[in-house]
Design a protein around this ligand. Sequence first.
Ligand SMILES: [Zn+2]
Ligand SMILES: [Zn+2]
Length: 383
Amino acid sequence: MSNQDFYETLGVARNANDDDIKKAYRKLAMKYHPDRNPDNKEAEEKFKEIQKAYDILSDPQKKAAYDRFGHAGIDPNNMGGGGGFDGFGNFGGAGGFDFGDIFSQMFGGATGNGGRQQQSRQGADLQYSVEISLEEAAQGLKKQITIPTYEECDVCHGSGAKPGTSASTCRTCHGTGTVHVRQAIFQIQQTCPTCHGSGKEIKDPCHKCRGDGRVKTTKTVEVNIPAGIDDGQRIRLSGEGEPGSDGAPAGDLYIHVGVKEHKVFQRDPNNPTDLHCELPISFPTAALGGEVEVPTLNGRVQISIPAGTQNGKQLRVKGKGIKHLRSNQIGDLYCHVVVETPVNLTDRQKELLAEFDQIATGLNRSQTPRQRGFLDRLKEMFD
Ligand SMILES: [Zn+2]
Ligand SMILES: [Zn+2]
């Protein structure tokens, strides 16, 4: 796992752009999301690898280091868990599933492999995923989410030392919480292995938090998901991430929004306010024209099919798309006409169609322009 090729993991080329990487990540993350693969260890591992690959490839600095130096360019002790290559607390993994797992993923660094406990450091950013329907994305919604967090231990009031005792300065790092190590050609700042970043040594740890100074808890946050949000976008809740230590500011909470595929509508990838759907119509309706009902996100509407409508024609239903995320502009719905050839005909229907065909023999260019054009081209080719 430590030698995974991040590009291979995401199934993208080495010259893939940010967008390709993001798309590939979203697709795979959805596929291997633990919500969708309960009790599947393999999927869980895969999910973690995907997170890790994305963590590196979505960060321009880490990506550049990885592109130039491979794994030597990235501090393995800091990957995935708490801190990133630059020591800045980064995501541990996507949430939205089993609690125990959220803890281990979000606070993967808690026992010392990440940049979590550095002295007076800003809290790590947290990541959480939610999946919503297309209807919800179109309307926007408020969602309550419960996320794991830490609070100050009420026994030792955050010192980590047993009441009546106090912590002393760590002798390895002299209280800075970090040490410098050489790795490949880099000089890397790492969390102090002795004090795990706290800068303190505690001889008699507090029994409740075991010296950590804080205990796990949960908090509920209301997330306002705005109308028009698209699959793969994220919302930042400033200061709602992991609390900082020793008075440092908290990290941010990132809500990754996934929009589920809809049974009828597809969003236009280049213009996410527009929707597309298929509209099967009968051959007589296509020929004669008529009124048909089409679905929209808020009920059915009638549209008229012009006489002589061809297969593949797009009929636009104005204003029945999705609201723009940052303006009040609303997109359109495009119905893609599929002219359906009737099957399982009754004898009477066959008779009528045969008769139609007979009187249609010798149709002129104005009635079947496409067929005529085709025959003309064949004639030119072979005669
Ligand atoms: Zn305590
Ligand atoms: Zn130390």
